[in-house]
Design a binder for this molecule. Structure first.
Ligand SMILES: NC(=O)c1ccc[n+]([C@@H]2O[C@H](COP(=O)([O-])OP(=O)(O)OC[C@H]3O[C@@H](n4cnc5c(N)ncnc54)[C@H](OP(=O)(O)O)[C@@H]3O)[C@@H](O)[C@H]2O)c1
Length: 233
């Protein structure tokens, strides 16, 4: 799959880029500065080349956010809540009709000077629903990856013992993101229902931040009991 990671220069975006390129996908990193996107892409390309036991290596390149979004049908957005609205306004016109857009934004209270183990409540109910309010009905929004730590993503090729909670109103779009999840060793995806379920899932990042803090780790996550037996939704 050809995909873009908007805000892919950050911790979560770099990790997702590396994991998905290691699974053979072609990833374009988006940044507010094209040069920064290209620089991070070059660094991750070097990392990818150094990895052993990777069957098929994808390609990583870097562009400005709007150019990255315009070039693909699947767009992952990994930006902090304080910049989320501005970022969606900046890529709205560039997105292809019917594009699948994965939003990983957690509305942590750091956006308003608070602590990362606290959250704020966006007016629309969740960061994902704020994104939908900005983008309108065209792009097919999926919310997810809030419980997958950047540190775990970066530890390629170690498997990640976690479940990815996906919420969205379009089943086909959820399955598209779900198949990317399936390409990351150890990860499984769970259909958590409509986009409004993001109101719950997004806040779990803050819970894990607090767990990480108390246990002096950086990669706690969630497993939902029984998932192996359920098959596809
Ligand atoms: N880190 C984790 O372990 C983790 C886990 C679960 C969920 N999340 C969520 O995933 C999202 C990204 O997390 P992250 O740790 O990768 O964040 P980050 O490193 O702070 O930021 C990601 C990228 O977003 C852009 N950005 C930063 N501040 C911005 C602003 N004010 N306005 C617009 N763009 C801005 C930057 O890219 P450019 O400067 O290149 O444009 C930056 O590299 C957050 O919503 C976070 O809550 C993170």
């Amino acid at each position: 799959v050809e995909l873009a990671v908007i805000g892919g220069t950050g911790a979560e975006g770099r990790g997702l880029t590396l994991r998905l390129a290691a699974a053979g996908h072609r990833v374009t990193i988006g940044s507010r500065e094209a040069a920064r996107g290209a620089e991070v892409a070059a660094g991750l390309t070097t990392t990818l080349a150094s990895l052993e036991a990777i069957a098929e290596r994808g390609v990583i390149e870097g562009k400005d956010n709007a150019s990255a979004a315009a070039s693909v049908d699947v767009v992952l957005v990994t930006v902090p809540f304080e910049g989320q609205a501005e970022i969606y306004r900046s890529i709205k016109e560039a997105l292809r009709p019917g594009a699948v857009v994965l939003d990983a934004t957690s509305p942590l209270a750091t956006a308003v000077g608070g602590r990362p183990w606290q959250v704020i409540r966006p007016w629309h109910g969740s960061a994902a629903e704020q994104a939908r309010a900005i983008l309108g009905a065209g792009p097919r929004l999926v919310s997810g990856f809030h419980t997958i730590a950047a540190k775990a993503l970066a530890a390629v090729p170690d498997p990640i013992e976690s479940d990815v909670l996906l919420a969205g109103d379009d089943d086909e779009a959820k399955a598209t993101i779900g198949s990317l999840v399936d390409d990351i060793p150890g990860l499984r995806w769970i259909d958590c229902g409509e986009l409004s379920a993001a109101r719950i899932a997004e806040t779990l990042t803050a819970l894990l931040v607090d767990v990480n803090r108390r246990y002096q780790v950086r990669d706690s996550g969630f497993r939902v009991i029984g998932r192996e037996a359920w098959g596809q939704p």
